[in-house]
Write a protein that binds this ligand. Sequence first.
Ligand code: FRU
Length: 492
Amino acid sequence: MSREIMQAAIDRAAEEINRNRAKVSEAPSRQKYHFMAETGWINDPNGLIYYKGKYHFFYQYYPYAGFWDCMHWGHAISDDMLHWEYLPLALAPSEWYDDHMKGGCFSGSAIVHDDMLFLMYTGTANNGNGFEQTQCIAYSQDGINFTKYEGNPVLTAPEGIPTDFFRDPYVWKHNDTYYAVIGANKNNMAQALLYKSPDMFNWEFVNVLHESRGEWGFMWECPTFFELDGKFVLAVSPMGAGERTSVYFVGDFDYETGKFFPQKTGETDWGFHYYAPTSFCDDKNRRIMVAWANCWDWMPFWKDWGPTYREGWCGTFNIPRVATLNEDLSLSFKPIEEIESIRSGEESLGAFTVADGETKNLKTGFCYEMKLTVDLKATDADSFSFLLRQSGDNKTVITYDLKNYEIRFDVNNADGWSKGVARGPLNIMGKDELDIDILSDRSSVEIFNDNYTTNLSCNVYTKVNDEVNAITACGGSVVIKEACSWNLEKTM
Ligand code: FRU
């Protein structure tokens, strides 16, 4: 019976998607190569996995409007994480433990167990005890049609953890044991709780993997945990940590005790639109991270979710990035190399200097990649800026403040809609060069700096196609050692 209720909800959603598909596929603000749903609202990436020769992305999904509401799980597959085929929804609210009208099937993860694809997700419900969050299991033989486990929920909030702050299980396997890390709150401090299971159904608490002492907020959403070159990484999305909404910790971990010893903290991205990243390891042994390119209304810089709801959709993912460990235990997040396969029209600008007050035009357009190397030794400017997506009064200004060691991503005049300045550190002390990689799509600009360690992603909603992109210097000249750009083809 339960399966029938879920199937009816999935069929109803499919009809809605069918009704809106044509309109949204023509929507002017639609991304060209970043992942988005066919129609409607998406937020967190869920259950990312490389399974039977395909990349599977699941996602928090509401097909009935361009706004968040009762959550379903969307599902799409790909060979390269750029070209996508949409599959029927994987999960829809249908049970007493996951049918909260303003909740539904919250975030989670995927793993292969017993030759089946397993999803572990958070069910949300209102059974008279407030907003109850529990962890639940669904599985599939064919990787498309999922059955919710009859023994759900498999985990409820432990003593001392409020039931509305116990969510987003991230599952992995080590030797013969399954582990899950779950975001929680205790005494107003964020925690990542570690559990283990022999069979995906019976779970036992192991330890508090890591917790905030106040500096990292009161709740960690969407934790992900993985080994990278002998170290362990915990990445979380903190609530209540100011503008820091996407953070990672690198350290050592002991499977015997479940103890994690963080040694380094960093930001996965400093932009306004990078949240709830999760990760998976693919067949090439790459640790890939994918995030939702938007933000929540509780964040200090939030204005709204952008104007795209008018076109019947809202939400895209940032470009998938490969995480690697650096010697100083910081992490680099480089866009997947598959992006090179959609490059065309290579244009090399060679070496050039932009003098104080001068502006040099770069490539025109909105769907491109641009790479530059700044010669810091020869540069004597106080700052230099990219003036991107200029059309009429619009321009997105990304300033590299060489005196104050700061990168500022200013969208105040970007598009007549967006507001704010996102800030990140510019770690150039003692360095000879600064490398910059810019990925621009119809409604987003992502910039990667300093060996992909300091990245800022923000959405930009300009509408014309022939936007002008330029670079300018202030207080001296900026010397570019080399610069190259490419058009990026439409994949979606
Ligand atoms: C993070 C989040 C998760 C939750 C989901 C609901 O963006 O708030 O904690 O599971 O979104 O859609």
